[in-house]
Design a binder for this molecule. Structure first.
Ligand SMILES: Cc1ncc(COP(=O)(O)O)c(C=O)c1O
Length: 306
C-alpha cells in the first residue's frame, strides 16, 4: 500500500524527539546501548497527553516525574521549566494537535569500568508522537473483556515501587499473554495478598451499588485515576480508595480502566462473566464523557504555542 501523500512535509510530522541535547525526527532518535535505562531498566518516565492543542494536567505529570526522579536519586541538571520547555518544543515541531508526549530520565552511561550507579551521568530524553489509544474509541464503545491473572502476580511494591513509573513490565506483559490465552482482551494483576492492582498501562475501577472502588496501593497513582476521583467528587459520587480483594470482583455492576493513553475505557466482562447487561455501564459512560469534556477546562489545560 502506498503512503497517503504527506499532509505535512516537515521532517517532524511523525513526531519529534529530544535526544543528546538536540531535536530530531522521532525515527532518527538514538540512545546508547550502554545507557543503564536500556540495560538495567534503570529509568523513570512519564506520559502526558496533548488534546486539541493543549497539554492535559501537565503540572500533575511534572510533579509525578520529579517525585519519581527524586526517589531514584536521579538529577538531570535541568529544572522543571527546562523540562516543560522541551516538551512544548517537541509538540510544537511535530505540529500534532493530539499527541502522546513522553519524558524519560535514565541513569545514563557508566564511566569506563565503573558500575556504581551514583557515578553515572543521568540523561533526559523526550518525544511527542501521535496520540496512542490502549483501546481504540470504537472498541471502547463495545467494552473490553478483562481477565484477572491467575498465573502472574504484580511485582511486590517492596521490590519495585509502582508509584514510580517504571519499565519493569515483565509481569504485565506475561499477564497480557495469559489474558489472550483465556479469551480476554486485557488483564489486571492481583498482588500476593489477593488484592487487585492494575494492568498494562492502566488503573482499574469497579462500580458497586453506584459507588466507585479502586485499589489504594500496589499501583501507579495514575493522573487519569486522580481525574476520575476529582470528577466523581464534583458529581457527588462516592469513591472508595481501599484494598480491593479479587474475591469482591463478582459484586461489580460496572468496571473501567483509566490511562492517559485512552482515558476512561469501559470493561464489559470480567473473567468471561458479563457485567450488568454486557454493555458499558451508565456511571462509566458519564465519567468518560466528563473526562473528555475536562480537556477544555482551563484549570487543567496548558495550550501549546504552535
Ligand atoms: C502501570 C500503569 N498503571 C497505571 C497507568 C495510568 O496512569 P496515567 O493515568 O497517569 O496515565 C499507567 C500509565 O502508563 C501505567 O503504566
Amino acid at each position: 500500500m502506498t503512503e497517503p501523500a504527506a499532509a505535512d512535509s516537515s521532517p517532524y510530522s511523525r513526531g519529534c524527539a529530544w535526544v543528546q541535547g538536540e531535536y530530531v525526527p522521532v525515527g532518527e532518535a538514538k540512545i546508547s546501548l550502554l545507557d543503564a535505562g536500556f540495560s538495567r531498566s534503570d529509568v523513570t518516565y512519564d506520559v502526558v497527553a496533548v488534546w486539541d492543542g493543549k497539554f492535559f494536567r501537565l503540572d500533575a505529570h511534572l510533579d509525578r516525574f520529579e517525585r519519581s526522579m527524586k526517589h531514584l536519586h536521579m538529577n538531570l541538571g535541568l529544572d522543571r521549566a527546562g523540562i516543560s520547555e522541551i516538551l512544548h518544543e517537541c509538540v510544537r515541531r511535530s505540529g500534532l494537535r493530539e499527541s502522546y508526549v513522553e519524558m524519560i530520565a535514565t541513569r545514563g552511561r557508566p564511566g569506563r569500568g565503573a558500575r556504581d550507579p551514583w557515578t553515572f551521568q543521568n540523561q533526559f530524553y523526550a518525544y511527542a508522537i501521535p496520540y496512542i489509544w490502549i483501546v481504540e474509541p470504537d472498541k471502547q464503545e463495545a467494552g473490553s473483556h478483562l481477565i484477572i491473572a491467575r498465573d502472574t502476580v504484580r511485582i511486590p511494591e517492596a521490590s519495585v515501587d509502582p508509584t514510580v513509573k517504571n519499565f519493569h513490565w515483565g509481569d504485565l506483559t506475561r499477564g497480557a499473554f495469559e489474558a489472550r490465552e483465556r479469551g480476554g482482551s486485557t488483564v489486571a494483576l492481583p498482588d500476593l495478598d489477593g488484592n487487585l492492582t492494575e494492568g498494562p498501562g492502566f488503573n482499574i475501577f469497579l462500580v458497586v451499588d453506584g459507588e466507585l472502588r479502586t485499589p489504594d496501593a500496589g499501583v501507579l497513582e495514575g493522573i487519569t485515576r486522580r481525574t476520575v476521583l476529582d470528577l466523581a467528587a464534583e458529581q457527588g459520587l462516592t469513591a472508595h480508595v481501599a484494598p480491593l480483594p479479587v474475591a469482591d470482583v463478582g459484586q461489580a455492576d460496572e468496571a473501567f480502566m483509566t490511562s492517559t493513553a485512552g482515558g476512561v475505557m469501559p470493561v464489559t466482562s470480567i473473567d468471561g462473566q458479563p457485567l450488568g447487561d454486557g454493555t458499558p455501564g451508565p456511571i462509566t459512560m458519564q465519567l468518560r464523557q466528563s473526562y473528555w469534556d475536562a480537556h477544555d477546562d482551563p484549570r487543567w489545560t496548558t495550550p501549546v504555542a504552535y
